[in-house]
Write a protein that binds this ligand. Structure first.
Ligand code: PMP
Length: 400
């Protein structure tokens, strides 16, 4: 027998497991609303036109495949911080931004978690309830203690701002607060500008460390600057922040694993020391990041023409999602007018948090072959106009 006979079977991942179940289904009507990956109106994956153009430029340069430095490609690091703070931001000029290119949003969060485990010993990480499921794994596997702060109010299908601020008020000084930069996953509910300002003040008063997860910049409103409002505001108010950035969604580079862990600090010396330690952590985790995706992102962001074209493609993606949101809401309103469906277009980003219970989700999947996570989240990126009616019928059948 194997020496590993005692190793228990791990449960399937609650999000990626949905795609596995979808692939296994033979139902001709099957619909995958599980994973948050953009699809076009034919429900096919998309490679952005700017990515293809950047790639052909890169190939024509015939670059080698040498290792990058531990911190990654410099042109990429510059592009990424420019995107986050806005080019020419004082923090960049003052050299107080530490940045390591890392393995997309997930790997960047993990480097951040490793930094917290080593240099913020004993700190508790506060996660929104609910949040993207992998946050718990990422901090938990680093041995960092985490707790929830209240976020979603099921009655109003909105933000429980009072609960959120009460919980953060009660957090011990020196705790870390994970905030979704925009397009909160899974609820699609973001704080208002006034609420962001109050959260920033609270972090300052209580000496909490904000850690922004920025996985959807450009995907919420279709505008890169608007979607960076919150982290920029915190920096403006003099807070130090950590940020995990991802190009999976906005540039459609899912499988290329492109992102960065950024720390905006109060002085240059701190940035230099923190960068040295981030490199030390990354060295042991994966040594150095991959080249190809970083070259693509750098090419697109640093080239004026490609940058403008990218913004157009991003507006196109965000616009298609917004359109099917509206269609779904109207279809549900006509099929089941007794219920208030207005939350669907109030939510923003890739997802809608439907409020379906686990039993109702099982009905969606088992009876209608609509695959989605059991928390009731659906990815609108996996929906097209042709399927709106089918989905609305299934939802009505499940909630009635
Ligand atoms: N954070 C959130 C909130 C996400 O939704 C995602 C993608 N599902 C990620 C981080 C990271 O994704 P990736 O590692 O592909 O960048």
């Amino acid at each position: 027998g194997s020496r590993f006979a005692d190793v228990a079977q791990a449960p399937p991942d609650p999000i990626l497991g949905v795609s596995e179940a979808f692939r296994a289904s033979t139902d001709p009507n099957k619909l995958n609303l599980g994973v948050g990956a953009y699809r076009d109106e034919q429900l096919k994956p998309v490679v952005l036109s700017v990515v293809k153009k950047a790639e052909s430029k890169i190939f024509s340069r015939n670059e080698n495949k040498e290792y990058l430095t531990i911190e990654g490609l410099d042109a990429f690091r510059k592009a990424t911080v420019d995107l986050l703070l806005g080019a020419g931001h004082p923090a960049i000029k003052e050299g107080r931004v530490a940045v390591v290119q890392s393995l997309s949003g997930t790997g960047s969060l993990r480097v951040g978690a490793a930094f917290i485990a080593r240099f913020m010993k004993g700190a508790t990480v506060y996660l929104s309830n609910p949040t993207w499921g992998n946050h718990r794994n990422i901090f938990g596997d680093e041995g960092v203690e985490w707790k929830y702060y209240r976020y979603f109010d099921a009655d109003t299908v909105g933000l429980d701002f009072k609960g959120m601020t009460e919980d953060l008020q009660a957090a011990p000084p020196g705790s870390v607060v994970v905030l979704h930069g925009c397009a909160h996953n899974p609820t699609g509910i973001d704080p208002t500008k006034e609420q962001w300002a109050a959260i920033a003040d609270l972090c300052k008063e209580r000496n909490l460390m904000p850690f922004f997860d920025v996985a959807y910049q450009g995907f919420a409103t279709g505008d890169l600057d608007k979607d960076a409002y919150a982290p920029r505001l915190f920096v403006e108010r003099g807070l130090e922040i950590m940020v995990a950035q991802s190009y999976s969604k906005n540039l459609g580079l899912y499988g290329e694993r492109v992102g960065a862990l950024v720390m905006v600090l109060s002085d240059k010396e701190a940035a230099s020391r923190c960068l040295s330690q981030l490199k030390r952590l990354a060295r042991a985790l994966y040594s150095n990041p991959p080249t190809h995706g970083a070259r693509i992102a750098a090419e697109v962001v640093n080239d004026k023409e490609l940058f403008e074209e990218w913004k157009g493609e991003m507006r196109g993606m965000a616009g298609r999602i917004e359109r099917v949101r509206g269609e779904l809401q109207r279809s549900l309103e006509s099929k089941y007018p007794a219920k208030d469906w207005s939350f669907i277009t109030k939510q923003i980003g890739m997802f809608s948090f439907t409020g379906l219970t686990p039993a109702q989700v099982d009905n969606m999947t088992n009876k209608h072959a609509i695959f989605m996570t059991r928390d009731g989240r659906i990815s609108l990126a996996g929906l097209n106009s042709a399927k709106v009616e089918y989905l609305a019928d299934a939802i009505v059948d499940s909630v009635r």
